[in-house]
Structures are given as C-alpha cells and as structure tokens.
Write a protein that binds this ligand. Structure first.
Ligand code: HEC
Ligand code: HEC
Length: 348
C-alpha cells in the first residue's frame, strides 16, 4: 500500500442508485452518507505503482528468451523487432555505449542534439517495469502477468546490452540492474520549463500593478523548427500572465482572448488530428495503418463501406490490412465517426 489510504478512498456506488456506506475498514465514515469504504481488493487493484526504491514491486521473474518470444507476439508490431521502432514511434533501444554503463550518464544525452531513446533516458529501472505493467501493449494495457513484465523488461535491457542473453530478471535482482543503468546518474533538477521573469513558470503569482513589460515565452527551438507545428499563439496558454509569441509577426495574444477563430482548413482533418488518427495514418503513405488513399480505393465500389468502417474504428480490429491491430475508439461520437470516415473515403 504505497499510496492509497483506506480512509481516503471512498467508492461512489452511483450506478446502484443508492449510496451505501458499508463501514468495511473505517469505524467512522469520512463522508457520512456518501459512498462506502473501498474494500481491500478494490484498493489492491488500483495500487499497482512501483516506486524508484522498488517498493511495490510484486514477486516474480522472467528470462530474456521468454521476453523475446513475448516481444515478438505482443510488441513488435508497433516497436519493431529490436525496439528500433517503425516509422511512427520513437525508438526504445539505441544510443548508449559500454562507457555509459560505467559512468551512469549517457554521454550522447549530455551532449544533446541526438534522437533520444527510452534506454538512454531511463534513470530508474522501476519506471520501465511500471510503464510496461500499466500501459503496454497499447491496445491491451494491464493484460500482462508480473512474470511477463519481468521477461519483457529483461529483453529490452538485453537489447540495450545492459544484461546478458542468459539473464533472468526478478524482484530479487532489480536493484543490481539499477546499478548498471546507463543513465542512472542522469536525474537533474533542471526543470526544463521556459523562463519567465528569470524564474520557471510554476508559482502562478499574478502581478496586479507595475508589472513591467509583458512577459513572453521565448522559445528555445531552433529557427528552422519554429512554426513546424503551426503558430504558437493558436495553441495553448490563453490565460494567465504568460502567452505565446506569434510567429506570424503579430503581437502576442491579449489576456483571456479566445483563440482567433481561424477555422482549420478542413474541419474533418482537424478532427482526425485531435482524435489521434494521424499517429498511425497519413493521406498517402502507409505507416502503422493503411494510407487513407488506399482505404478510399479499396472501398470505392462498396456502398455499405461508411457504416462498416465506422463500426471498425469504434471497436478497433485487425486482419484486413495485415496483423497490426487498430485500437478501439469507443469514445468517438457517432457524428464525428461519420465525418472522419466520409473524409477518409474521399481521399484521392
Ligand atoms: C499498438 C501499438 C503498440 C503496441 C502493440 C505496444 N506499444 Fe509500447 N508504445 C506505444 C505507444 C504509442 C507508446 C507511446 C505512448 C505515449 O507516449 O503515451 C509506447 C510506449 C512504450 C514504452 C515507453 C517509451 C518511452 O520512452 O516513453 C515502452 C517501454 C513500451 N511502449 C513497451 C511496450 C511493450 C513491452 C509492448 C508489448 C507488451 C508494447 N510496448 C506494445 C504503442 C504500442
Ligand atoms: C495505433 C494506430 C492507429 C490509430 C491511432 C488509428 N488507426 Fe486506423 N488503422 C490502423 C491499422 C493497423 C489498421 C489496419 C487494420 C486491419 O488490418 O484490419 C487501420 C485501419 C483503418 C481503417 C480501415 C479499416 C478496414 O477494415 O479496412 C480506417 C477507416 C481507419 N483505420 C480509420 C482510423 C481513424 C478514423 C482513426 C482515428 C479515430 C484511426 N484509424 C486511428 C491503425 C491505427
């Protein structure tokens, strides 16, 4: 029980229409008349975090070779056979040297400027274990057993030459592996936030008078990359004292002004970006998923395609274009699904 505390966790039994306060562990209810105390089983199901000091790690073990088999079956489709990744996702493996394992600081990272991989950045082994355990595979999180997570972690460490081929990772030797992590000394207090008034933007103290010149975000992006994702002013930070610089030469947006109502060139496209479709699809080139032009060509003569594809996007699936699965998008509204599919089917 590293984080949750029975007394604080109250389950709201709204679906049942009634608020039952079954005083399971707490003698005196914390919120009288509301909910009930969580059971130990419910707390255990939430309490899965593994801390930097390895508290919370469940017992278990897994070998590099078992990890390789699991990796091939469950992870290769998105991350590539060796964690080098396909075209879309950042690579998990690469960029570290035997010297880094000695020093505990990845030289390429300290130098900067290179593509960063997961093994380069990782400073706590618990993070890798915990992340896989709670979030992967992306299309079916929390389906791996503890032993499988050990095996997959071992395989990734082996791909990074941090542990040998014969290695079996377990709760007993995680600390030894921690002592070999290439970037174990890479933690820093450099917050990485943009400076405003010479201080990181964390205290949120509003200046009420004589505030001096309007603070602006100064971008640390190199010139060629500025604006590659659109004009900063059209993005976040509409509130508070710090607002974005306009890249089109205009003034910074005034406080609490709603975004300039510049509609995206194509609302359907904006919707696809927002819904995350473009992580795997592009108009013309096959990525993780088929190109929209390929989809349009395939279903051109199929009058039932619109409804069929809406259902497919909603519930996800695989096998039509290959064995890489598309995750379900169960939360998309019917109307948005229709807009997206119609737009895709029009791609030339
Ligand atoms: C359907 C695609 C997909 C599959 C399958 C998949 N992943 Fe991932 N994985 C992702 C995406 C997308 C991210 C980045 C998620 C994010 O940034 O929120 C990611 C991130 C990760 C990361 C963290 C990378 C980092 O540096 O932050 C690890 C580790 C990882 N995956 C391991 C696995 C393992 C192990 C499996 C197999 C059990 C697996 N993944 C299967 C899509 C996938
Ligand atoms: C994680 C990657 C991923 C994301 C994100 C994604 N797709 Fe896909 N998509 C795929 C894959 C892989 C396929 C091929 C599935 C198959 O072979 O059956 C696919 C197939 C499709 C198809 C064709 C289905 C068929 O049966 O022919 C449509 C239409 C589609 N995607 C639309 C979307 C839309 C709309 C979104 C955003 C809401 C989206 N996709 C997001 C990976 C993705």
């Amino acid at each position: 029980m590293s984080r949750w505390n029975n007394a604080k966790l109250v389950v709201f039994a709204l679906a049942a229409g009634a608020c039952v306060q079954a005083a399971a562990q707490t003698a005196k209810p914390l919120y009288p008349g509301v909910g009930r105390a969580a059971t130990n089983a419910e707390i255990a199901a939430w309490d899965i975090d593994v801390r930097g000091d390895l508290k919370g790690l469940p017992p278990g073990s897994g070998s590099v070779s078992r990890g390789e088999t699991l990796w091939e079956a469950k992870c290769t489709s998105c991350h590539g056979s060796f964690g080098e990744s396909n075209q879309m996702f950042p690579p998990l493996i690469g960029g570290i040297t035997p010297e880094d394992i000695k020093t505990g600081r990845v030289a390429a990272l300290a130098k900067g400027g290179e593509q960063r991989t997961t093994v380069m950045k990782l400073s706590r082994i618990s993070t890798l274990w915990d992340y896989i355990n709670r979030a992967m595979p992306w299309n079916a999180p929390k389906t791996l057993t503890a032993d499988e997570v050990y095996a997959l972690t071992a395989y990734l460490l082996n791909q990074g030459n941090i542990v040998p081929d014969s290695f079996v990772l377990s709760d007993k030797n995680m600390a030894e592996v921690q002592a070999r992590l290439p970037n174990r000394n890479g933690l820093t207090r450099d917050h990485g936030l943009w400076d405003t008034r010479g201080k990181p933007d964390v205290s949120a103290k509003a200046c009420m008078k004589n505030c001096g010149p309007e603070p602006r975000i100064t971008s640390s992006l190199p010139d060629h990359a500025r604006g590659s994702h659109g004009d900063f002013v059209e993005q976040n930070r509409l509130f508070g004292p710090v607002r974005a610089v306009s890249l089109s030469g205009g003034a910074a947006v005034a406080a609490v002004t709603p975004p300039a109502a510049a509609p995206a060139a194509d609302p359907a496209q904006a919707l696809a970006v927002k819904a995350g479709c473009m992580a795997c699809h592009t108009a013309k080139q096959r990525g993780i998923g088929p190109a929209f032009a390929e989809i349009a060509a395939k279903y051109r003569a199929d009058s039932g395609a619109e409804n069929k594809l809406m259902a497919k996007v909603k519930s996800g699936g695989q096998g039509v274009w290959g064995n890489i699965p598309m995750p379900p998008f169960a939360n998309l509204q019917e109307q948005d699904l229709r807009t997206l599919v119609r737009w895709i089917l029009k791609t030339e």
